[in-house]
Write a protein that binds this ligand. Structure first.
Ligand SMILES: CC(C)(COP(=O)(O)OP(=O)(O)OC[C@H]1O[C@@H](n2cnc3c(N)ncnc32)[C@H](O)[C@@H]1OP(=O)(O)O)[C@@H](O)C(=O)NCCC(=O)NCCS
Length: 286
């Protein structure tokens, strides 16, 4: 059996991958095999333990790969979807991946997507259900919302010094535990250019904001202010600092925030962010 290289068509949409340049045509002789996650992304998988599966055709051609990384003991996140073949390729790849995760005692697997078609596929074919639904906001480069003058406020915004600030940061994070943990943010900071800013109010850390840039796009990953200090302009100072950083680097940026969070809409739109669809995180137990 030979791989046929052809342009992707609209019928392939469910199969679209991050590298959708080719699609597999044919019916049999496909096999899912474990492969090295580092072959997909050496940098990422050097700091995240993970599992990867390649779908290989009878003639040895690689049809695509899927991978998951272990976020914490018992919990995995689907990392990439590069399967470019027909639906049975996807099933083959994911069945193998989920089987391997089960073998590693993973109990919960999650996957995030902005694409409705992929969400449907995860729900229908993998039996996943929505764990969290987030709104995506995007901001173009520059624009008519100068941010630098919005940094004034009651707190001093300074870089986090983790050896010293870790306890305070973890206490603040515990007020919003759905956000990535401090350790998860440190992992991201090892992989990408990042800005970890804290709000220092008279010597006490009362909030933080973590942003990073990947492939020329900024992500405002997490901003939290200690509950007792909210409503005084500190969240705005932290967001202003992140936005000023994106502007300095001349990158557009995005963020995902909880549907129905009453605070964030006004906050982000005032910096020129606009709603751009939703980001859904699905999960299933194994
Ligand atoms: C979001 C958060 C960081 C805001 O911090 P904050 O210090 O309270 O925010 P600020 O006082 O600077 O207010 C900034 C803007 O938020 C909005 N806002 C603040 N409190 C609000 C409220 N109770 N209701 C509606 N909007 C509100 C306003 O637009 C405000 O702008 P204004 O200064 O023009 O009034 C804080 O509420 C928080 O930590 N929430 C939990 C974690 C979270 O949801 N993070 C964001 C998700 S990505």
């Amino acid at each position: 059996m030979k791989a046929v290289i052809r342009p992707a068509t609209s019928g392939d949409v469910v199969l679209q991958s991050l590298a959708p340049a080719c699609a597999w045509e044919g019916t049999g002789a496909l096999q899912a095999e474990l492969c090295s996650p580092a072959s997909l992304d050496p940098e990422f998988f050097s700091s995240h333990p993970g599992v990867a599966v390649a779908v290989v055709a009878g003639d040895g051609g690689k049809v695509g790969s899927v991978a998951a990384y272990l976020e914490q003991p018992g919990q995995a996140v689907i990392y990439e979807r590069w399967v470019t073949g027909p639906p049975q390729c996807w099933r083959l790849a994911f069945d193998k991946l989920l089987g391997e995760l089960r073998r590693l005692n993973v109990r919960v697997v999650r996957a995030g997507t902005t694409r409705p078609v992929l969400r449907n596929w995860y729900e229908r074919e993998l039996g996943m259900s929505v764990w969290r639904e987030l709104v995506r906001y995007e901001r173009d480069l520059g624009g008519s919302h100068p941010s630098h003058d919005r940094r004034r406020g009651p707190a001093a915004i300074r870089p986090a010094v983790l050896e010293r600030d870790r306890g305070a940061l973890e206490a603040i994070w515990r007020a919003a535990p759905d956000h990535p943990s401090i350790t998860a943010l440190e992992d991201l900071a090892r992989l990408f250019p990042a800005r970890f800013a804290v709000a220092d109010l008279h010597g006490a850390v009362c909030g933080y904001c973590f942003s990073y840039v990947e492939n020329g796009v900024g992500c405002l990953k997490s901003v939290i202010v200690a509950p007792a200090k909210r409503g005084r302009g500190i969240g705005r100072q932290l967001v202003a600092d992140a936005v000023a950083w994106f502007d300095e680097l001349r990158v557009p940026s995005f963020l995902n925030t909880e549907v129905g969070n009453p605070v964030t809409h006004g906050l982000y739109t005032s910096f020129g962010y606009r709603r751009a669809g939703s980001f859904v995180v699905l999960e299933r137990s194994l």
